[in-house]
Design a protein around this ligand. Structure first.
Ligand code: GDP
Ligand code: MG
Length: 175
């Protein structure tokens, strides 16, 4: 998928969800194939990019990180402006982070373009013994709301690539 050619499209994607669900780690896993055990070092980064080819188109994904503004309603509308996709992340071991997903969807509906493609992501899937959110509950919510869905582990890397690529493919289908 990785290429270095002329860019056909730049797709802005925002990563949202409660604090500590793993947004920054998912992003660095996708952009740099890294998991940073001292995650403080990534604070302040606004966005990261990675270029992929989808159906022969060279697409630069410009993926924005909240960098610690994820308190409810603290994310400004500038963050959402021009976003074609959103990764809405919760932590499968933190029930509250899943209960708040509906609020994040409301935020997107209020501030983002109505055609935004949303991928709901249940992260920390490696922590199997600590699971508090059933996969089937998330699947049901995603189907109700018209979201795509995946469970990921930024730690192991499981499904991170496929979740981002699915989101980018869907954006590419509608642009
Ligand atoms: P953010 O606040 O949503 O950006 O969350 P971070 O990316 O900073 O991650 C919060 C904490 O969860 C950090 O201690 C990470 O090391 C940890 N973490 C992130 N992703 C995973 C994962 O997939 N599995 C596990 N076990 N821990 C993770
Ligand atoms: Mg973060």
């Amino acid at each position: 998928y990785d290429v270095q050619e002329k860019t056909d499209y730049v797709f802005k994607v925002v990563v949202i969800g409660d604090s500590a669900v793993g947004k920054t780690q998912i992003l660095s896993r996708f952009a740099k194939n890294e998991f940073c055990f001292d995650s403080k070092s990534t604070i302040g980064v606004e966005f990261q990019t990675r270029t992929v080819t989808i159906n022969g188109k060279v697409i630069k994904a410009q993926i924005w990180d909240t960098a610690g503004q994820e308190r409810y309603r603290a994310v400004t509308s500038a963050y959402y402006r021009g976003a074609l996709g959103a990764m809405l992340v919760y932590d499968i071991t933190k029930r509250q982070s899943f209960d708040h997903v509906a609020r994040w969807v409301e935020e997107l509906r209020a501030h983002a373009d109505s055609s935004i493609v949303i991928m709901l992501v249940g992260n920390k899937a490696d922590l199997v013994d600590l699971r508090m959110v059933l996969t089937e509950d998330a699947v049901e919510f995603a189907e109700d709301q018209g979201l795509f869905f995946s469970e990921t582990s930024a730690l192991s890397g499981d499904n991170v690539e496929s979740a981002f690529l699915k989101l980018l493919e869907e954006i590419n289908r509608v642009v």
